[in-house]
Ligand binder design. Structure first.
Ligand code: NAD
Ligand code: USQ
Length: 397
């Protein structure tokens, strides 16, 4: 039986992934410092869904599936010795790394949050790589990266999977072909940490032969997966607030509570999306298709489709009858962009992703309605401004 460590396994993507891998027969241990739950308390927000404690979740999974999932409370950024000891005890075949501060608005909230996001994400990733080298651990590291490292502007061409072929002419007129990391253009401090992660991976794959897959994922929507819907106590996290809520899930909660759908600016921004069920499928596919030792970092785009936000709002409004409002955009981002992304690798591996037009957003609408009474309307506005000019614009609005 293959052993897998899921770092950040108490989170929105990590919990359903841990269950999915457990259901597929992996021996799963979760490592999480529960910092995401702590941030909820600090911000006075909460998941729409009534998530259980990690202990209760794991006990429920044992009851429902008969399978054990381990748990270790370690801060991978601040407790390198404990992380190393945990890796040495378990000697996992696969490590799935979700354990980072993942909200762009939270990372732009102020000096404290910018520093925390960089310290947490960069140190966590680096501590992990150092521990793998120190232990000579030949595990396959799967990291959750983001589409945001590319910067969302394809200039009409399809954004490739991580690497860009380039040709440079030397002084003698000879042309040299190279493959470089796609030029990074992060749009927030959070996204910047994912760009830095890429460089760490490139170095440790080259220097120490660590086998790494970096999954550049789009915005995840939905909440339940085949495993989390098996029992109410297994229900997944659902963020809808202005810091952690992502756009489609926010729109669906807004629709359920009679709040207008908050489109930032014109809604001309185009982004990549994927359903949470496909997130867990993709991670399992990546785990089954490890690179060889000595290969460069495998970068795979983990997206189902791209959608313009005005079209997304239009779709939700059409299905739910919600109104749409255009609010001043707190983010420094292009008002309009085209985005075409290659997802050739996962398609070749057999992924047939759920698409918004054809697959129902019905379950997410149902969950938004079921837990409507838990919504704090005061938590809905997105107030974290990217810079002074955006701050002034929101204040004026
Ligand atoms: P989340 O915040 O719900 O989960 C992250 C988990 O990691 C939390 O349980 C948190 O407590 C834990 N964690 C954070 N720092 C830690 C540390 N230092 N030590 C131990 N545990 C730590 O986020 P998520 O939505 O599940 O995202 C998981 C990963 O996927 C992130 O790296 C994120 O960048 C990436 N991702 C998410 C999305 C999305 O739409 N949610 C899209 C693309 C990529
Ligand atoms: N937006 C609105 N209205 C809202 C909230 C957001 O119009 O109420 C807009 C934003 O301005 C932005 C877009 O929707 O243009 C996406 O915002 P988001 O909060 O849904 O997603 P984002 O901040 O990009 O981050 C999320 C995850 C992050 C992940 C990223 C993938 O939180 O962890 O890395 O999606 S990607 O966007 O492809 O880079």
């Amino acid at each position: 039986m293959k052993t897998v460590l899921v770092l950040g396994g108490d989170g929105f993507c990590g919990w359903p992934t841990a269950l999915h891998l457990s259901a597929k027969g992996y021996d799963v241990t979760i490592v999480d410092n529960l910092s995401r739950r702590e941030i909820d308390k600090q911000l006075g927000i909460d998941s729409l869904t009534p998530i259980q404690s990690i202990e209760a979740r794991i006990a429920a999974w044992r009851e429902v599936s008969g399978r054990e999932v381990g748990f270790s409370n370690i801060d991978i950024a601040k407790q390198p010795a404990e992380l190393t000891a945990c890796l040495d005890t378990i000697r996992p075949d696969v490590i799935v790394h979700f354990a980072e501060q993942r909200a762009a608005p939270y990372s732009m909230r102020g000096a404290k949050e910018k520093r925390y996001t960089v310290d947490n994400n960069v140190s966590g990733t680096h501590n992990l790589l150092v521990a793998m080298v120190e232990l000579q651990l030949d595990a396959h590291l799967i990291h959750l990266g983001t589409m945001g490292v590319y910067g969302y502007s394809g200039d009409g061409f399809s954004i490739p999977e991580g690497y860009l072929p380039v040709e440079v002419q030397d002084d003698n007129g000879v042309r040299h072909s190279r493959e470089i990391l796609f030029p990074t253009s992060p749009g927030s401090v959070y996204h910047l940490t994912k760009s830095l992660d890429q460089l760490f991976f490139q170095f440790y794959a080259k220097n120490d032969g660590i086998r790494i897959t970096d999954l550049h994922q789009g915005i995840v929507w939905g909440t339940q997966t085949d495993e989390t819907r098996m029992d109410e106590r297994l229900i997944n996290r659902f963020d809808y607030d202005g810091e952690y809520g992502t756009v489609l899930n926010r729109f669906l909660v807004q629709a359920a509570t009679g709040h207008p759908l908050t489109v930032h600016g014109t809604g001309g921004q185009t982004r990549a999306f994927i359903n949470i069920q496909d997130t867990v499928r993709c991670v399992a596919l990546a785990a089954e298709n490890a690179p060889e030792r000595g290969d460069g970092v495998t970068i795979i785009n983990q997206v189902a489709e791209t959608l313009r936000l005005s079209d997304l709002a239009g779709l939700v409004a059409q299905v739910t009858g919600a109104e749409i409002t255009h609010v001043a955009n707190p983010r420094a981002e292009a008002a309009e962009n085209e985005l075409v992304v290659s997802n050739a690798t996962f398609r070749a591996l057999g992924l047939d992703p759920m698409l918004l037009e054809t697959d129902l957003i019905g379950e997410t609408i149902e969950i938004s309605g079921r837990y409507r009474a838990r919504v704090d309307l005061a938590a809905i506005p997105a107030t974290s401004a990217w810079n002074d000019s955006r701050r002034r614009e929101i204040a004026a609005a």
